[in-house]
Design a binder for this molecule. Structure first.
Ligand SMILES: *[C@@H]1O[C@H](CO)[C@@H](O)[C@H](O)[C@H]1NC(C)=O
Ligand SMILES: *[C@@H]1O[C@H](CO)[C@@H](O)[C@H](O)[C@H]1NC(C)=O
Ligand SMILES: *[C@@H]1O[C@H](CO)[C@@H](O)[C@H](O)[C@H]1NC(C)=O
Ligand SMILES: *[C@@H]1O[C@H](CO)[C@@H](O)[C@H](O)[C@H]1NC(C)=O
Length: 558
């Protein structure tokens, strides 16, 4: 559900009316012809890795196609299969058929219902109504899909909100109602693998409060989701770096708690996503490498969330970040991936990244040394986008764990007056591992905005799009927001963070960008009006230098 859209429900339901829960004598339920090749939950889970979510599609409201994706076409699954994935989450009979026809595993869930009518945390929630409706929903889905093969599993409910132990107990009950409903629906359902969920599909709440229902025949796995750390995944508070020992041990410990609580239950990480739309590549590759390998070490199978804007360009049939996909689809616990070095220390005042060779407009071209984490491999080759290989010695050299590009080579692409932008892409191959990072040569200069201020009151009520002339990468790294008296416009506790995180806003909630604009959201404009003081938004870009040079200010006046 890594979506910034608020949501409702899976467009599925057959019109059949069934009796209210608890069911009495609906049996025998569906009767199937053919046979069902029963599979254990642990085989199902280990076979489905690596998996892929068809996100923001069948869960879109009001209809498939209403959000950022066109309706599902079969060729999308061919692209996903050729990348090496083996599963999907979601939807209904015809898409399930498209999926299993290609030999994939499929997991069908009810998705945004958890926000719409099935939220057990709402004060005054009518739990009886939720339970009855949930039973009827799963009875209908169970009937419709009763005769699908053992490649198809069901998941009770996506990310049910949960704040307390009592909420968690109700979610445990919903898991039981789900199992009752699909078993009553008959067919092959009693033998079907199911994935059960704990509160929010959160690893901690699940490890604390999940209890599996007893008395049902289905093989089951536990599914959880992981979008942590929140600030890195969602670009909050200027957290554009990842990879410190603390970052790693937090992820390790979250997975460990869950595994240690459920030592003999198959575990599926059913959603995770460090998106190329908003995370810095060197940080993202470190995260993907560590997450995939840590999951493998705990025998956890992974299913990538992809909302259509993240990984697969479903129209072009191409992956936006092939290096992440390569590690996700190939790496295991013992793989040694070579990765670009980058800033990991939260107290840093600038951010470096060897995913780029940055050169500033107006300065001389000199040799550049990129630190890498070789991880016991050697560099085999560097090739440009035409496929020609760079010459070791003339174009680059390797010294320790640094790749040094000569001034002569860089001068083939750059001069002090080259127009800002991405001027070349280089693919690095190593002797081992699954990582072949594509690094970019970027000419940069601070971007310019078409205007530098506006009265907040004149633009309140909607998002403000400000035309920008980009000065390098067409991406915003972070935004600092201060009132004219120096008060943090958002989250004053960020004063305790490092210099490139203090007073920083949150992507999507407060700011955004498109191909030719930076955007201040209506909610951020409201914050300025409430603060009652003119406020400066400093947009920062890569390479991040704390807004000193590579930033641009926009003032909302009050
Ligand atoms: C709760 O839902 C049940 C079942 O739909 C209904 O009979 C009952 O009247 C509802 N209770 C309230 C307080 O609305
Ligand atoms: C189970 O999970 C809880 C909550 O996360 C944790 O406190 C506890 O230590 C875990 N148990 C084991 C055996 O790891
Ligand atoms: C990891 O993958 C390599 C191939 O890339 C394979 O040789 C090795 O056996 C795998 N190790 C484990 C623990 O699965
Ligand atoms: C933006 O404004 C702040 C103070 O409001 C100033 O310190 C900073 O130098 C400005 N940055 C740029 C890039 O103009």
């Amino acid at each position: 559900m890594r979506s910034f859209l608020s949501g409702a429900l899976l467009a599925l339901l057959a019109s059949t009316k069934t009796s209210a829960y608890p069911a009495t004598a609906i049996s025998p339920g569906a009767v199937c012809t053919g046979t069902f090749s029963a599979i254990s939950a642990s085989d199902f889970v280990s076979n489905l890795h690596p998996g892929w979510n068809l996100g923001n599609t069948l869960d879109a409201i009001p209809d498939e196609g209403s959000w950022n994706n066109v309706p599902v076409v079969a060729s999308t699954f061919d692209t996903v299969k050729s990348a090496g994935f083996k599963t999907w989450l979601q939807r209904v009979s015809d898409v399930v058929d498209m999926i299993v026809a290609r030999g994939f595993y499929a997991i069908v869930n009810v998705h945004h219902d958890s926000w719409a009518w099935a939220d057990v945390t709402q004060s005054g929630a009518n739990l009886t109504m939720i339970e009855e409706r949930f039973y009827r929903l799963w009875y209908q889905i169970g009937t419709k899909l009763a005769c699908k093969s053992s490649l198809v599993a069901f998941e009770s409910i996506n990310e049910p909100p949960c704040n307390t132990e009592a909420d968690a107990a109700e979610i445990n009950k919903l898991n039981r109602i789900f199992l009752q409903a699909i078993n009553d629906a008959g067919g092959f359902n009693p033998e079907r693998v199911v994935t059960l969920v704990g509160g929010g599909e959160d690893s901690i709440k699940t490890s604390e409060w999940f209890v599996a229902p007893s008395g049902f025949p289905n093989p089951y796995a536990i599914q959880f989701h992981y979008y942590s750390p929140y600030d890195f995944i969602f670009s909050a508070w200027g957290k554009t770096i990842w990879g410190s020992d603390d970052d790693k041990s937090a992820l390790q410990s979250d997975f460990q708690l869950l595994r240690d609580n459920f030592t003999d239950v198959p575990l599926i990480l059913g959603e995770y996503d460090a998106s190329p739309t908003n995370t810095e590549p060197a940080a993202r590759w470190k995260y993907v490498d560590f997450l995939v390998k840590t999951a493998a070490s705990f025998d956890i199978s992974c299913v990538l969330w992809d909302n259509g804007l993240d990984h697969l360009d479903r129209t072009a049939g191409t992956w936006r970040d092939p290096n992440s996909i390569s590690m996700i689809t190939n790496s295991n616990e013992s793989t040694t991936n070579s990765l670009p070095g980058s800033t990991e220390d939260g107290s840093a005042t600038t951010q470096s990244s060897s995913a780029y060779i940055f050169h500033q407009y107006g300065t001389d071209v000199t040799e550049q040394s990129l630190p890498f984490v070789f991880n016991s491999n050697t560099l085999s080759s560097i090739s440009d986008s035409t496929g020609s290989k760079l010459s070791l010695g003339t174009d680059y050299s390797v010294s320790g764990e640094n790749i040094i590009f000569t001034a002569a080579y860089l001068s083939k692409h750059l001069s002090s007056t080259t127009a800002p932008g991405i001027v070349a892409s280089l693919t690095l191959q190593f002797s081992g591992g699954d990582s072949s990072p594509v690094i970019q040569i970027v000419q940069w200069t601070p971007p310019t905005l078409s205007s530098t201020s506006v009265a907040a009151s004149s633009v309140s009520g909607s998002d403000l799009s400000i035309p920008i002339t980009w000065g390098g990468l067409p991406t915003v790294a972070a935004v600092k927001a201060l009132t004219e008296s120096g008060i943090y416009l958002f989250d004053d506790w960020t004063v305790y963070l490092g210099p490139i995180q203090q007073a920083r806003a949150t992507y999507s909630s407060h700011y955004n960008w498109d191909a030719s604009h930076v955007i201040i959201t209506s909610s951020a404009i409201s914050s300025v009006i409430s603060a009652g003081e003119s406020s400066v938004f400093t947009f920062e870009f890569y390479p991040r230098d704390n807004g000193v040079v590579n930033g641009v200010n926009f003032t909302l006046t009050v």
